[in-house]
Design a protein around this ligand. Structure first.
Ligand code: DX5
Ligand code: ZN
Length: 228
């Protein structure tokens, strides 16, 4: 089976003073979705950005904006992200008290819903909502910061998710986020990941275009040998 892998650059590790240039470079390197990490200082121990930055990004790229909400009370902010031009919204299983309702709200606002799980959260907890989702995001680091080390047991979770998708006859996309770099990208693809979020591996060292190109080449190679 042919697997379509996509590189999803995470702007968290980019130079925010030159955000438009950074995104353009990542796009030239083959990035096809832009990952936007939204942190509130409550659900995760860090603060980043919100709808105004999404609105600015919307003006400089036509790629889908994949907003990863690491926030409490996500329902309160979903309309603002829709107005700002977000395309995909991922909410954390661990942060949503009424997950089904939140997923419905994202869809009602014309965006594609996804659910994210932290490293310690089992994949099977998502079984009831899988039919509602456009994508499922497996965190392979604890959320909050870029540049952390990949947690190896995430690979088992990716494989389990792929198995569930097949068993349930569903089509959601499988996304991975955290520690995806040259030394881990082949393994995540082999385990079933198709949307490959990479922050520091793309934006560190000021050569986003080249980094993105190399990562994507490695991911495609792994996908081809999987298919063979
Ligand atoms: C971390 C964020 C990630 C982050 C990944 O909480 O969700 O998207 O940018 O960074 P790297 O790829 O450096 O691990
Ligand atoms: Zn993220």
């Amino acid at each position: 089976m042919r697997i379509l892998v996509e590189l999803v650059p995470s702007i968290l590790s980019s130079d925010f003073a030159h955000l438009a240039d950074e995104v353009a470079a990542a796009e030239r390197g083959g990035g096809t979705v832009i990952h936007v990490d939204v942190m509130d200082g409550h659900f995760v121990p860090n603060i980043t950005l919100g709808p105004p930055v999404v609105k600015s990004l919307r003006k400089v790229t036509s790629l889908p904006l994949d907003c990863h909400l690491m926030i409490e009370n996500a329902d309160d902010f979903i309309p603002a992200f829709a107005d700002a031009g977000a395309n995909w919204i991922s909410v954390h299983y661990e942060a949503c008290r009424h997950l089904h309702r939140t997923i419905q709200l994202i869809s009602q606002h014309g965006m594609k819903p996804g659910v994210v799980i932290n490293p310690a959260t089992p994949v099977d907890l998502l079984i009831p909502v899988l039919p509602m989702l456009h994508h499922v995001l497996i965190m392979s680091v604890n959320p909050g910061f870029g540049g952390q080390e990949f947690i190896p047991y995430s690979l088992t979770k990716l494989s389990r998710l792929r198995e569930l998708r097949q068993q349930m006859g569903l089509k959601f996309r499988i996304e991975v986020d955290g520690g995806v770099a040259h030394d881990t990208i082949a393994a995540v693809v082999e385990a079933g990941a198709e949307l490959l979020v990479a922050g520091s591996a793309v934006f560190s060292s000021g050569r986003a275009e080249q980094n993105a190109r190399e990562l994507l080449a490695a991911a495609r190679k792994a996908a081809e040998s999987n298919a063979a």
